[in-house]
Design a protein around this ligand. Structure first.
Ligand SMILES: [Zn+2]
Ligand SMILES: [Zn+2]
Length: 334
């Protein structure tokens, strides 16, 4: 079968390899689509994602496909089922798993990071992380359930009520997801910041946000928001997030910064406004909610997917040679 193998840091190759074999508790999936995101850029460049990827490895932690084979112990899916895979596999035995915070697992492994993922024609996953998808969710959209689930986890870490005013900093794919998810969770005012008037206008029309701010030319209101979601990961926007909150506010630090970056904040402000600053890591128990959100029609993802690549176009994208990508998916099967 055809596989796109990360053979070394910054090096990928399409290879003809054997189909994987299934263990008793595993499912073999014929891939339809795989999503590619910032984590894949990091892994391609030799940086850690949620865990380290050691070449040779097949990336593709966001994916969808059809069950091709099941191991003898598998009961939750059968051959022919349409499925998606939660890439994150928890050990179930460490301190964090034992205290109901599996996302902090000391022995985290992940499909498409520490074991082969969806950028090949067939891949395997433990049955515990395989989720059936309803017929009305396309394979293309299903490949984005993983990033949706990470945003849903972030939202679930917040204390949300309908009266709140929320700001999403960053109008890329993640910001676009948050703008919609916050509204689906009942927040009545969701504002959005970005860098391009054209993109902000499009997002305002499509996502139903209340106000937009182009931070190149406009100032975000300070001491105004109950909830601010930072979806960029730069020290500048992290400082903006803290300043934009009003008293009692919550900041979700979602954007992934560089490992050695620091942002400046006024600690008196954190004290005086009684702020909550919340980190968010991966996606525990958020796949079912994400599938339900898509089914509810409150989340439009299809129109946010800006690029569809073939396997042989992925490396060029990961090298940063494709501009204007909001969300990219890879068509792996037919
Ligand atoms: Zn991802
Ligand atoms: Zn664990």
């Amino acid at each position: 079968m055809k596989a796109l193998v990360l053979t070394a840091t910054k090096k990928m190759e399409i290879q003809d390899i054997n189909q994987p074999t299934v263990k008793p508790n595993e499912v073999k999936i014929q891939t339809k689509y795989a999503g590619v995101c910032g984590t894949d850029h990091a892994l391609y460049n030799g940086l850690p994602g949620s865990a380290d990827a050691v070449p040779p490895i097949v990336l593709g932690h966001e994916n969808s496909g059809v069950v091709a084979e099941v191991g003898s112990e598998v009961t939750n899916v059968k051959v022919g089922d349409r499925v998606t895979v939660d890439p994150n596999i928890y050990c179930g035995q460490c301190f964090y798993c034992h205290t109901d915070r599996p996302e902090l697992c000391e022995n985290l492994s992940a499909v498409g990071v520490t074991r082969n993922g969806g950028l090949e024609e067939y891949f395997t996953a433990p049955a515990t992380v395989v989720y059936p998808i309803p017929d009305d969710i396309s394979f293309k959209v299903a490949a984005t359930i993983e990033p949706i689930s990470c945003a849903v986890h972030g939202v679930q870490l917040l204390n949300l009520t309908p009266y709140q005013r929320a700001l999403v900093i960053g109008d890329g794919f993640t910001g676009q997801l948050f703008a919609q998810i916050l509204q689906a969770y009942g927040v009545h005012q969701v504002d959005l910041t970005g860098h391009s008037d054209k993109k902000l206008a499009m997002n305002k029309e499509k996502l139903g946000v209340t106000n937009t701010y182009n931070t190149k030319t406009e100032k975000i209101p300070t001491d105004y928001y109950d909830v601010v979601i930072e979806a960029v990961g730069s020290p500048e926007t992290q400082s903006q997030a803290v300043e934009a909150t009003r008293k009692g506010g919550q900041v979700l630090m979602f954007g992934v910064g560089s490992p050695d970056a620091h942002f400046e904040m006024n600690t008196y402000e954190v004290y005086q406004k009684q702020l909550t600053i919340q980190g968010s890591f991966i996606n525990p128990n958020a796949f079912e909610d994400s599938i339900a959100l898509l089914q509810s029609g409150k989340l439009d993802v299809d129109s946010l997917i800006s690029h569809e690549f073939n396997l042989d176009e992925v490396e060029n994208f990961l090298q940063g040679n494709v501009k204007g990508v909001s969300k990219a998916v890879v068509k792996v099967g037919d």
